[in-house]
Design a protein around this ligand. Structure first.
Ligand code: ADP
Length: 176
């Protein structure tokens, strides 16, 4: 294990993930990779057709992206150079490995970030919208997983958690 000389900053912003000025924004994608509502819809709307074309090429090459996994494309028209499309689990009551899969979605996103020299990355609250994951449990997993990862791998300078609601802001503020 390599340790970073300087610890990564974990920051919190209430706002729209598509306008974040970071190296990579993470999309709360679905397995089909071809867009959807929420964060996914906003990223494809603001980022433009290029992101969708790259997603389509990935789909042809490797098929659907299962929950817990992530793939990377360019950022299209976004300020961010990259979009990391992470697939969170659909909440099914908690007995279907949802917690492990959510942690893996964060971890695999960070792994891809390191491979691409990404220093600053913004995450939405994956799985807590249409996928129904309880917000507080999801936030705890997000913060714990990210902290563990950046503490044991150098290279990431800032991980920004983007919350949309005041309720989520309060949850993250407590955890951070
Ligand atoms: P999932 O399908 O993984 O549940 P959603 O996109 O439906 O993902 O929602 C995930 C979270 O992102 C929710 O808390 C939602 O309120 C929030 N969200 C929706 N749109 C945006 C946006 N443009 N920027 C940041 N967060 C957003």
């Amino acid at each position: 294990m390599t340790h970073s000389a300087q610890a990564a900053r974990l920051t919190l912003v209430r706002g729209d993930i598509t306008s974040q000025d970071v190296d990579a924004v993470v999309n709360a994608a679905n397995s089909g990779l071809l867009g959807g509502g929420g964060v996914d819809g906003a990223i494809h709307r603001e980022g433009g057709i290029r992101i969708l074309e790259e997603c389509r090429a990935i789909l042809v090459r490797q098929g659907r992206c299962p929950a817990g996994e992530a793939v990377i494309t360019s950022g299209g028209r976004l300020k961010a150079r990259y979009v990391i499309h992470a697939v969170g689990p659909v909440w099914q009551g908690g007995e279907a490995e949802e917690e492990r899969l959510l942690a893996r979605a964060y971890e695999n996103s960070l792994r891809l970030a390191l491979e691409h020299g990404i220093r600053t990355i913004a995450f939405p609250c994956i799985s807590t919208g249409a996928y129904g994951f309880p917000a507080e449990r999801a936030a705890l997993i997000a913060v714990t997983t990210v902290r563990e990862f950046v503490d044991s791998h150098g290279g990431i300078h800032e991980v920004r958690f983007i919350v949309f609601s005041e309720a989520d802001r309060e949850i993250y503020e407590r955890l951070l």
